[in-house]
Design a protein around this ligand. Structure first.
Ligand code: OTU
Length: 632
């Protein structure tokens, strides 16, 4: 074997001792990623007597997974090894949905693939689908068996068949992996060594001095008394979601086995749920601890050796300076997640839409650390969760705003409580201590479709939806369409009838697919037809624009008009400038701004938006919520 990786003598001895068999490709990967796997685990568990055995089991699981890869999956491994940016290319478009709400079962999803193909989807994220505890289970985020599919949705074989179908259609499959916690009923939760427990309130009280509440309204505090263990159990989220103790190497190996199991089924991307919470430290908010990044590097190295086609997506809804490290920075550069949710962009889009001003968005994006090479953003407008108004005091201060007041304004605006608001959302988990709240509601309802009294108002709402999606599509990375946004599905109140859901208003923006509405998607006279056509234009524009490829640079630009956002991109000699008017009024932008950046205005700039360009001698006027795409 070639010594592709310089190893210190004692590590080399361990490498030789590991003696893990496999084919040539496996051997090369094992040597290449050996230290990336071993170093973080030794740092975390080196002194733990359980480590030696855990390590052996981990290596065995990795080798077995690699050996079990079909010829087709091995080809995919090779293909993605030489195309590491496969998720972020200009034709990549994601779609996110619950299996049951979209098509009943996994078999049903297979039947609906033509719909997704027609839209142009290349990546399908299915919400939690592994066996969960009976309701309430937080939409499946309380797993009882990582090796089984929820029987109501189908079987592991159905999942395999779906993955095969998707692959044949050029679509990748993303599945949730709930890393931080298990259902209280999971067999692992019978073993106190897998949990963080405390005999009395001393520990919980000490931690809670600095722990924020995730669900302050419905699940206050972060600990739950267990009669079974006669101890307090760490429960960051709901009382039935028990946090795992990652200081125990057996927990790491158990979760690694769950990951590898999904790789064996043919899953392409793992969404690592609640990644920031994996490691707890007294005196902190117990998020984003350095050890979290060691864990993620080790998980990723294990997967790179076993099944390199499988990518990691971080679900870390945290502040900008804490977010970028999930894509691998510093000593973890190139060794962590391939993708992370750009929740900062998502929040700023809605903020700009409510205020009609783009200064906060422009300056905050300009101040964000760059994405490390090889990694990319998931850009999105809505997802299954609430919108947490994560605007920091530093970011607000840069544009002379007060972060607290602006966050309160946004919560009011999107609950429909602010004078002039077009939104029909709801407050999620209002925190009585701070008066703050997050926001629930579908994209369409938040953008004004539900409140629209007439055709004119409906048209504006449609324009708002398409403007937000236009920025998400132009930004670079992998854009996600949340199921129903392509048809303008409105808030669904049916959850109020279900006692296991009624207290969680996130269900209002998780409607069932409306296939009758979908049938109207080719009728330009309907809301569905206009949204569908608008999104289709965005997908086509993205495909045709090499500058969108993630390896290019993305640069927010000042346009000289505080109501018009500017986003510039450059890649391999091609350049793109997108302008977006965030108000319901016409807005001028001086042509000098365009010329300074090397762009000329032409008629084609309005093609993606679908409205003509209103050009004057020295300026261009953007129609309400219009977006212009200029290629240079
Ligand atoms: C995630 O969200 C899921 O997306 C939620 O649907 C789950 O309820 C939750 O985990 C528990 O499994 O706090 O308000 O930084 O923000 O993990 C949603 C990440 C959440 C957290 C995120 C979490």
């Amino acid at each position: 074997m070639q010594n592709v990786h310089a190893m210190r003598a004692h590590v080399r001895a361990e490498f030789e001792a590991a003696d893990v068999a496999g084919d040539d490709a496996f051997a090369v990967r094992f040597e290449r990623f050996f230290t990336e796997l071993r170093d973080p685990l030794v740092a975390l568990y080196g002194d733990d007597p359980r480590f030696a055995d855990a390590w052996r089991r981990l290596l065995r699981a990795i080798a077995e997974t690699a050996a079990g890869r079909s010829r087709e999956l091995r080809m995919l491994d090779h293909e993605r090894e030489i195309t590491p940016d496969w998720l972020q290319r200009e034709h990549a478009v994601g779609y996110v949905t619950y299996v049951d709400r979209f098509a009943g079962t996994l078999a049903g999803v297979r039947e609906r693939l033509p719909y997704l193909r027609e839209l142009g989807v290349t990546y399908l994220h299915l919400m939690p689908l592994l066996a969960a505890r009976p309701a309430p289970n937080d939409g499946g985020y309380a797993v009882v068996d990582y090796g089984a599919v929820d029987p109501a949705l189908g079987s592991l074989d159905d999942l395999r068949a779906l993955a095969d179908d998707l692959r044949a259609s050029g679509m990748a499959l993303c599945v949730d992996l709930v890393l931080n916690h298990v259902a209280a009923e999971h067999p692992w939760a019978r073993d106190p060594a897998f949990l963080r427990t405390f005999p009395d309130r001393d520990g919980p009280d000490a931690y809670e001095r600095t722990l924020p509440d995730v669900f302050p309204d419905t699940a206050p505090g972060s600990f739950t008394w267990s009669d079974e263990h006669e101890r307090w159990v760490w429960t960051t989220f709901n009382a039935y979601q028990w946090d795992l103790d990652y200081t125990n190497p057996d927990v790491f190996v158990a979760m690694a086995e769950a990951m590898l199991g999904l790789a064996r089924v043919g899953v392409d991307v793992l969404r690592l749920d609640a990644a920031p919470f994996l490691w707890k430290r007294l005196g902190t908010n117990c998020q984003n601890q350095p050890e979290v990044h060691e864990l993620l590097q080790a998980f990723r190295a294990a997967m790179r050796i076993a099944a390199p086609a499988v990518a990691f997506k971080a679900e870390a809804i945290v502040a900008p300076q804490d977010l970028v490290p999930y894509l691998g920075t510093g000593k973890h550069e190139g060794k962590e997640c391939d993708l992370a949710y750009h929740n900062v962009l998502m929040v700023l889009l809605w903020s700009a839409l409510a205020s009609g001003r783009v200064g906060l968005m422009t300056s905050t994006l300009l101040a964000m650390p760059p994405v490390p090479p090889g990694a990319g953003w998931l850009t999105y407008v809505r997802c299954h969760d609430d919108i947490g108004w994560a605007i920091t005091p530093e970011d607000a201060a840069r544009v002379g705003e007060d972060a607290y007041l602006h966050r309160r304004f946004l919560a009011d605006w999107y609950a429909g409580d602010f004078p002039g608001s077009f939104a029909r959302g709801a407050r999620f988990q209002p925190d009585p201590r701070t008066g703050e709240a997050r926001t629930s509601g579908t994209c369409a309802s938040l953008a004004g479709l539900e409140s629209a009294p007439d055709d004119g108002a409906r048209k504006l709402a449609i324009r708002r939806v398409l403007l937000l999606y236009a920025i998400a599509f132009a930004h670079g990375g992998l854009p996600l369409i949340y199921m129903g946004d392509e048809l303008g599905l409105r808030n669904d109140t049916a959850y109020l009838e279900d006692p296991h859901k009624a207290d969680d208003n996130r269900w209002m923006h998780r409607p069932a697919m409306d296939w009758t509405a979908a049938e109207r998607r080719h009728d330009a006279a309907t809301v569905e037809g206009q949204l569908w056509a608008g999104l289709r234009r965005l997908i086509e524009a993205r495909r045709a624009t090499r500058a969108i490829h993630v390896q290019g640079t993305v640069q927010p630009l000042w346009t000289g008009n505080d109501h018009v956002f500017g986003l510039g991109r450059a890649q391999a000699g091609e350049r793109l400038l997108v302008l977006g008017n965030f108000t319901a009024d016409p807005q001028p932008v001086g042509l000098g701004v365009l010329h300074d950046h090397g762009f000329q205005l032409d008629e084609a700039a309005g093609a993606v938006d679908g409205r003509p360009v209103e050009a004057h001698q020295d300026f261009v006027v953007l129609a309400p919520y219009q977006h212009l795409w200029l290629v240079g």
